[in-house]
Design a protein around this ligand. Sequence first.
Ligand code: SF4
Ligand code: FES
Length: 387
Amino acid sequence: MVMAGSPPKINRFNDNTRTQPLWLLAGLTYACPLQCPYCSNPLDFAKHKYELSTEDWLRVFHEARAMGAAQLGFSGGEPLARRDLEVLITEARKLGYYTNLITSGVGMDEDRIAAFKTARLDHIQISFQAASENLNNQLASADVFQHKLAMARAVKKHGYPMVLCFVLHRYNIDQIGEILDLAIELKADYVELATTQYYGWAWHNRNRLLPTREQLKRAEALAHQYQARMGGKMKIYYVVPDYYENRPKPCMNGWGNIFLTIAPDGTALPCHAARQLPGLTLPNVKNHSIEWIWHESPDFNVFRGQGWMKEPCRSCPERFKDFGGCRCQAYLLTGDARNTDPVCDLSPHHPTVVDTITAAHQQTPLPANKNKPLIFRHPRNSKKFCG
Ligand code: SF4
Ligand code: FES
């Protein structure tokens, strides 16, 4: 899964009594024909083989919609691997969701695009690994670039608004000019230059994937040039990786505030990476209603509000704006999810981020081929993490 899209920016006070799961992400499957080394799926995805049935998903959509959910993203793995995707889209639209398909384009053809149109899907986001065929296919570990180009053209032909998503890292960030030229050629409506988020497989490969500060500066300048040139004709979103910021992102707009992810096996998650946090039991939609999961489950309440915060967040005036940053990042970088996200330079752990960047830049850049140094998202590699 490429988690490029940020949840909608809605400023709400983060408290249990007033929240609704406005943004529902349905991770339909961990199956995927690609092997991106920055995938945000869990490292041990191979052990989660069970998938919810069509009926289970429809019940989830009904329950979440009844609680006010408005936007529904179909993701994975590769959601096209689910043969019932058209049924799920049809029902979701009948319920009144705004629906978004987040896909690599692999598993798509014109018949399927036409079927999505019949199902009244609103929006398609196609991800590319790079602007050049060679690098794209190396990073995907599959010969898919030409097919992606064909599918992007077909999506436009069928009248969809199209988002192209490029996940940026050290191997492709210097292609940013070619990436934006490609997006213009494909007539994208939106381009997400989504800097890699260091969770899942990307966390494992972070020393190889983190771009340098110089790369980022060049990329940012070029992105701004294209933004000025394109005006409103093609919207370009570019966000620097938060490792290089001095304040953290307001991750998920706050834990259990608006964002609900359901994993392929029905595990309900306050964020796509929460599976890696220790001490959570994580409720499953097979055993609980969405209403109970959202309002009553201990895991959706554990980081709600400000009561859980340690110093310096606890007394910081910015805590209502950024919620202390990202719980998963705090855990991965400090070993305790309750700590201030160490991206914040007020955190006593901030030097950890600086050390991570330094360690990454001591690695010699090597070709992004299928073998070492990158660990690719493959079931064989996943089994090593299954424990
Ligand atoms: Fe945000 Fe906490 Fe840093 Fe304050 S101390 S800016 S609340 S992360
Ligand atoms: Fe889990 Fe930020 S990714 S809270």
